[in-house]
Ligand binder design. Structure first.
Ligand SMILES: CC(C)(COP(=O)(O)OP(=O)(O)OC[C@H]1O[C@@H](n2cnc3c(N)ncnc32)[C@H](O)[C@@H]1OP(=O)(O)O)[C@@H](O)C(=O)NCCC(=O)NCCS
Length: 111
């Protein structure tokens, strides 16, 4: 999970990108990207914009990613705007994910 720290070495922002489909899938090179979060006192400085862009470039150039997808809650306008700025646009796709809460826990990491 790449991130950026400030001069006090405290985390400022984080993001995550991961391949989540098997090699045989037509989506094998599609990355689930995002989960961006910026510390409240540093928001509005384009930190998430830059970090999100760096993650896309890294995954494309170093890891062979050729598609990027994410999920944004309908009421999260700032996140939707951020994704759109980075070229990840809205679609009518419905995407279902099954998560084992015993394995991953129930805590929300970005809010
Ligand atoms: C969404 C979040 C990551 C943005 O972080 P940030 O570092 O403040 O964002 P940036 O300064 O890089 O903003 C980049 C762009 O995002 C959009 N954006 C960011 N905050 C916004 C807001 N409050 N309202 C509308 N658009 C916003 C804008 O398009 C902005 O570019 P612009 O100002 O040139 O139009 C931050 O608000 C956050 O941590 N929210 C809580 C966690 C969360 O919801 N994460 C997303 C999970 S899907």
């Amino acid at each position: 999970m790449p991130g950026r720290n400030d001069e006090d070495n405290k985390p400022v922002a984080v993001t995550t990108s991961l391949f989540m489909h098997p090699a045989s899938s037509p989506h094998a090179k599609t990355v689930f990207w995002g989960m961006l979060a910026t510390r409240p006192d540093r928001r509005g400085e384009k930190i998430a914009l830059l970090l999100g862009a760096q993650a896309i470039v890294h995954m494309w150039e170093k890891e062979g990613a050729r598609g990027f997808m994410t999920g944004v809650r309908q009421d999260n306008a700032s996140s939707a705007a951020l994704c759109n700025r980075l070229g990840i646009s809205d679609t009518d796709w419905t995407y279902s994910v099954c998560i084992d809460p015993e394995m991953l826990g129930r805590k929300n990491l970005t809010k």
